[in-house]
Unconditional design. Sequence first.
Length: 156
Amino acid sequence: MDLWGFKKWRRKLRYTQAEAGEKLGLSRGAVQYWESEIRPVPVAVELACQELLRLWKQRPEFGPVTLLCADYADDLISLETSASVGSLFVRSERHLNNENALKSAARQRETMTLFIAFIVEDDGNVIWSGPELLREIDVRKNASIGEKTSAAKAPS
């Protein structure tokens, strides 16, 4: 990552030099050095910037995105062996934003066993990896259940 790549990253996330330093666990001075080309941006910092950018893209309104998911169906019967065999079905759905993609993934998880699921942006970079996407779906489901339980317990 060069001077312009670092500045572009910082401006895209709308960080001041001080905020960028704080997010990276470094001083504002380090950010100033990299942006003035006094020091090159270390590879570890470049990787941290990439991860912070990916997390920034997990905002509900970020999009468009594509939900990729695969489910495993083990109820198909093979005509040759007369035995039950499984098949992997892969779906690709384009969504306006993360929120819509997350809701779709949650609906699919209720009706089938999601084997693989993740959300990518147009260039193919992963925004939500499989485990974190499934964890987010579970967190939302549990929060929804908690809200319904609280509403049921509330006095009228």
